[in-house]
Design a protein around this ligand. Structure first.
Ligand code: PMP
Length: 283
């Protein structure tokens, strides 16, 4: 069945939704995006995603589009009957004759939103089995805190993982893990959760912020610092967070078991708390 998507003020069947070949998102990856999960027909962590969108746009000297984004998200969820899934939002600097320099500031942005239905999103079997990751060098640009649509290296990383029989890749810079291709990365040693501190080296995950808050509220110890691949291999547990995977255990790195080789109790507990609390706060 054809979805209804949103393009620059219009709700259209997906076959009729069009963007210019001169769009700077297409030509320069000059755009930013957000992905918000939907559980039980409601948006998870919407405010966090809206705030990060504003920050990404500001970092690129782009204006916040004059659109009620919450209303568009809700309208698409309703029109497409999304129970569990996600809403993808993209804002680009709009269409202009091809030139590296930005076009005039009053060039209208391109605003696109669409839904993806993922029934049972919160009941992924992987939460029970855990995922396998490989390590790859982090060869992305230096402003990973801006959520741009320039995702080629993460795509290459997923393909490298697939070729190695793994589920994802963790990227390594100067001997320490930055993050996963589309998620933040954590290890657990003793009763301490370790994850890289916020900087321009990683995306400031919305799920990360919520999970660290819940962990501290539950009296778990959190250290925000870089960690090495040796620490991953010697960890008791590892996991990732992202809007679409919530909290997902990682049980293998480069073919070696992490901890017992099975999902650990800290990841399981954090997943439970995150899902419970974020469902309660969903809008
Ligand atoms: N890091 C990267 C590189 C990502 O692409 C994502 C997901 N978009 C994340 C972390 C997780 O961020 P969030 O929890 O906001 O989905």
């Amino acid at each position: 069945m054809s979805r209804t998507v949103y393009v620059n003020g219009d709700y259209l069947p997906e076959e009729e939704a069009k963007v210019s070949v001169f769009d700077r998102g297409f030509l320069f990856a000059d755009g930013v995006y957000e992905v918000t999960s939907v559980l039980g027909g409601k948006l998870i962590d919407f405010d966090g995603h809206a705030r990060r969108l504003a920050r990404s746009l500001a970092e690129l000297d782009m204006a916040m589009p004059d659109v009620d984004l919450l209303e568009v998200h809700r309208e698409l969820v309703t029109r497409n009957g999304i129970e569990d899934g996600l809403v993808y939002l993209q804002v680009t600097r709009g269409a202009a004759d091809r030139d590296f320099a930005y076009p005039a500031a009053d060039t209208p942005p391109t605003v696109v939103l669409f839904t993806q239905s993922k029934p049972g999103l919160a009941d992924s079997p992987m939460a029970k089995t855990g995922m396998k990751v490989i390590s790859i060098p982090d060869e992305r640009w230096g402003r990973r805190d801006i959520k741009t649509v320039q995702l080629l290296y993460p795509s290459m990383g997923k393909m490298m993982a697939k070729a190695a029989g793994a589920d994802d890749a963790w990227m390594v810079q100067d001997g320490a893990v930055t993050e996963g291709t589309s998620n933040n990365a954590y290890i657990v040693k003793g009763n301490t959760i370790v994850t890289r501190q916020l900087s321009t080296d990683i995306l400031h995950g919305i799920t990360r912020a919520a999970v660290l808050r819940f962990a501290r509220e539950a009296q778990m110890k959190v250290e925000e610092r870089p960690f090495t691949l040796d620490e991953v291999k010697n960890a008791d547990e590892a996991f990732i967070t992202s809007a679409s995977s919530f909290v997902m255990p990682v049980v293998q790195m480069d073919g070696e078991a992490i901890g017992t080789g099975a999902p650990g109790p800290v990841a399981a507990r954090l997943r439970e708390i995150y899902l419970e609390e974020s469902r309660k706060a969903a809008v």
